[in-house]
Design a protein around this ligand. Structure first.
Ligand SMILES: *Cc1c(COP(=O)(O)O)cnc(C)c1O
Length: 432
């Protein structure tokens, strides 16, 4: 299995090359050259298989034979050390909870898988060839990457986050770990952070630094997110109805992985990408014009993305055919007010506490299912509500207990460096 660049101006890369580079030399995203569906018997048997077995089989072809079976199994087992419960919320509506990992956001799985792959590829390297993982975060990526990469040999992690635009808990998760993790607080927006990271990758002056990305452009972060969709399907008691997944989306990596799970044979009827007012994709489905915009700040801040980097992969999965895309994929956007209303309604009718991202997913699911009875709907709960404590408590008028993973970072000191421009970032990287 090789990966090609979606800009089609670079040589193909092996899995390890794609993981270490992040982005292809022509700045394109890597995409697998072929996808072989899993045997129908495997899908039928899902119920009887453990999570590790399912994940190993789903990811195996994408590692291109570069990680021996026993090592890959170890990586999968190390990555998936927590549960992914499917929780009934209403008749035929379920929340798939992806927040039971160490940083309580779904990005833990991708970050942990990628860290373990890089650790494996680095196992024989000398210390003078360190890799620097450079990552921009709108909130949750930073914490998941910090936790996933903490202590990995030969890997330095530098995280950029927009000042004042991440929650207190999110900031603590990425500024309190120390060791090989450094946090840079950027005077700007998430898009500014992402632009700086992209500029650094293209900067010849930094080429000696072996930079790689741990954003979902990296195939080792993107692809393991397929697992969730298999785990959800496995837990469904009644598999006779059509299954619809709604995914709260920002960079569109998670939903893109779901579509890939569909390519592997998972029977998914339809995908719904739900966004906040950062509505580049819903607008595109509506008008046929793809027009990236500057991101706007919302209460679902992990989705404040104006130019979703993975959408190009979704288009490729549908052969760049808008009609085909629309027949399996819908996208709707919601304001903060609608999101808060949904949080209240879900809580009132079922007692379930959704975080703002999950609530956006729920809204998208309900909108799609409105005139389509007899289907099973699953929305992804991408973060624990405690990560958005102020918003959740303020909206629902109820307190939430602080889980121990979060308690552990609450009294630690935040350590970060402040930067404002790309030149500051470059100087910081050169000085290390
Ligand atoms: C990152 C994130 C999202 C968006 O995921 P994408 O793969 O970027 O679309 C949604 N919810 C939460 C809580 C997140 O951290």
């Amino acid at each position: 299995m090789k990966y090609y660049s979606l800009n089609r101006n670079s040589e193909q890369a092996s899995f390890s090359e794609a993981v270490i580079r992040g982005l292809a030399p022509d700045k394109g995203l890597y995409f697998p050259e072929s996808v072989t569906p899993l045997p129908a018997s495997f899908i039928k048997e899902l119920e009887n298989l453990g999570d590790h077995e399912i994940a190993f089989n789903a990811i195996r072809q994408f590692t291109g034979g570069e990680i021996p079976e026993s090592d890959l199994r170890e990586i999968v087992e190390g990555t998936l050390s927590f549960d992914f419960p499917l929780v009934p919320v209403e008749d035929d509506i379920y929340a798939l909870e992806l927040f039971h990992g160490p940083t309580m956001a779904f990005k833990d799985v991708g970050a942990r898988f990628m860290a373990r792959c890089l650790g494996y590829f680095n196992r024989n390297r000398k210390n003078d060839s360190k890799v620097t993982v450079l990552v921009a975060t709108s909130g949750d990526t930073g914490g998941a990457v910090a936790s996933g990469f903490l202590g990995v040999e030969g890997v330095e992690v530098v995280i950029l986050y927009p000042s004042g635009k991440v929650s207190d808990i999110q900031e603590r998760q990425l500024t309190t770990l120390g060791q090989n993790i450094t946090a840079l607080e950027v005077n700007g927006t998430f898009d500014d952070c992402q632009d700086m990271v992209k500029t650094a990758f293209l900067d010849e002056g930094l080429s000696a630094k072996q930079l790689t990305s741990a954003n979902s452009i990296n195939v080792a972060r993107w692809l393991p997110q397929m697992f969730y969709f298999f785990f959800a399907y496995k837990q469904l008691k009644n598999k006779d109805k059509d299954v619809v997944f709604a995914v709260p989306s920002g960079n569109f990596g998670n939903i893109c992985a779901g579509i890939m799970a569909g390519k592997l044979g998972l029977p998914v009827h339809h995908f719904v990408a739900a966004t906040n007012i950062n509505d580049t994709v819903p607008q595109y489905l509506h008008s046929g014009v793809y027009e990236p915009k500057p991101s706007k700040q919302t209460i679902s801040n992990a989705m404040d993305v104006g130019n979703p980097s993975n959408f190009i992969r979704i288009q490729q999965l549908f052969d760049n055919d808008l009609k085909k895309l629309k027949s399996h994929f819908s996208s709707y956007s919601y304001t903060d007010r609608e999101t808060r209303e949904a949080m209240k309604n879900i809580h009132k009718s079922s007692g379930y506490i959704a975080d703002p991202h999950g609530a956006v997913g729920y809204l998208g699911l309900k909108e799609y299912l409105k005139d389509k009875p007899g289907k099973t709907g699953i929305f992804l709960e991408t973060a624990h509500p405690v990560k958005f404590l102020d918003i959740v408590e303020d909206t629902l008028g109820t307190g939430i207990a602080i889980p121990e993973q979060i308690q552990a970072v609450m009294d630690k000191e935040k350590v970060k460096h402040r930067i404002a421009t790309y030149e500051d970032l470059k100087q910081f990287l050169l000085d290390r």
